[in-house]
Ligand binder design. Structure first.
Ligand SMILES: Cc1cc2nc3c(=O)[nH]c(=O)nc-3n(C[C@H](O)[C@H](O)[C@H](O)COP(=O)(O)OP(=O)(O)OC[C@H]3O[C@@H](n4cnc5c(N)ncnc54)[C@H](O)[C@@H]3O)c2cc1C
Length: 285
């Protein structure tokens, strides 16, 4: 039911969308897969800015030192995109977001802006050291993803800004890859109990030159594990790598009891999944 007090705009040009956001607060609508379920049975009394006609925000592009993933790239597009093994973690996450219909409609930008602690896109992107591009009539702002998501459903986006892209820097090492592992209460179509994203860069000497690990659903915001990452640096990239991660390295997580799992179970699983992610990744690299 559309309230007579609300309005709906679907601009085709980014400038028009940014002008609409600058003029008045509007709820941004992308794939709607978070928006609609949160409003079932409620009248629509918000002013909507539907961004799905902004074709330029769907593109995935390689630039000299980074990749630019348009905010409207859907999970299906990402899963099938011609991207290097560095993106394997994000690709695996894409195949875990709901079922195919959700993956066809749901977007990368929507997942990040919705800022759920269980958003599957966040850990693999933190592991890739991604940044978000926020656009407004005042210009473009680039913010590390870790600084963009502030808490459960809270981001640093101003009301006049649109998330227009996610930027992923290229790895320095030629041998590099990413991975993602998710645990839910069943195998598919499930909200995460814990998920882990990882990215490793291997030096010419076969040792870990850079390691990034991120755990989701174990704190209001997915978190990197700097102590575990430091413990991996300089180690040989072999089947023993996972064993260097110890419980103390996960001390920064703050899991809660909820309908899906207890805090204690989440802590156990987080360690197991971090080690599994590393084992599976080192076997591939
Ligand atoms: C059945 C079902 C299963 C699901 N399973 C999963 C799952 O397994 N894992 C998971 O992570 N998620 C899951 N989701 C959630 C959802 O599909 C994803 O988070 C999806 O990526 C959201 O994208 P969207 O384009 O649909 O966002 P929308 O619903 O359109 O928007 C989400 C929020 O982001 C804002 N927004 C969207 N795009 C922008 C932008 N470019 N700039 C500024 N603000 C913006 C909107 O205003 C809104 O607040 C599921 C949803 C459903 C319905």
């Amino acid at each position: 039911m559309v309230s007579p007090l609300s309005s709906y705009q679907r601009p085709r040009a980014l400038e028009d969308a940014l002008a609409a956001l600058a003029a008045a607060p509007r709820t941004v609508l992308a794939g709607g897969t978070d928006y609609y379920p949160a409003r079932v049975g409620e009248p629509c009394d918000e002013d909507i800015l539907d961004i799905t006609a902004l074709a330029g925000l769907r593109a995935i592009e390689e630039r000299p030192d980074h990749w630019r993933l348009g905010a409207l790239a859907t999970w299906s597009t990402l899963a099938g995109a011609d991207l290097p093994p560095w993106f394997d973690g994000l690709r695996l996450a894409a195949r875990e977001v709901g079922g195919e219909q959700i993956q066809n409609a749901g977007t990368l930008g929507g997942n990040l802006c919705n800022a759920s602690p269980a958003a599957d896109g966040v850990p693999p992107l933190l592991a890739l050291d991604a940044a978000v591009e926020l656009s407004s009539l005042q210009g473009r702002e680039i913010l590390p993803l870790a600084d963009f998501i502030l808490g459960n459903r809270r981001t640093a986006r101003r009301q006049d800004q649109l998330l227009t892209a996610v930027l992923v820097p290229k790895p320095r090492a030629a041998r590099a890859g990413g991975h993602f592992v998710k645990l839910g209460a069943r195998r598919y179509l499930v909200i995460s109990i814990v998920m882990v994203g990882a990215a490793l860069e291997i030096g010419a000497d076969g040792r870990i030159a850079a390691a990034r690990l991120a755990v989701g659903a174990c704190a209001p915001v997915a978190r990197r594990l700097p102590a575990a990452e430091a413990a991996l640096l300089g180690r040989p990239c072999d089947e023993r790598l996972a064993s260097w991660v110890q419980p103390v390295h996960l001390a920064g997580l703050a899991p809660i009891d909820d309908i899906r799992a207890s805090a204690g179970y989440r802590s156990d699983v987080a360690l197991t999944l971090v080690r599994r992610t590393l084992s599976e990744l080192t076997a591939r690299l």
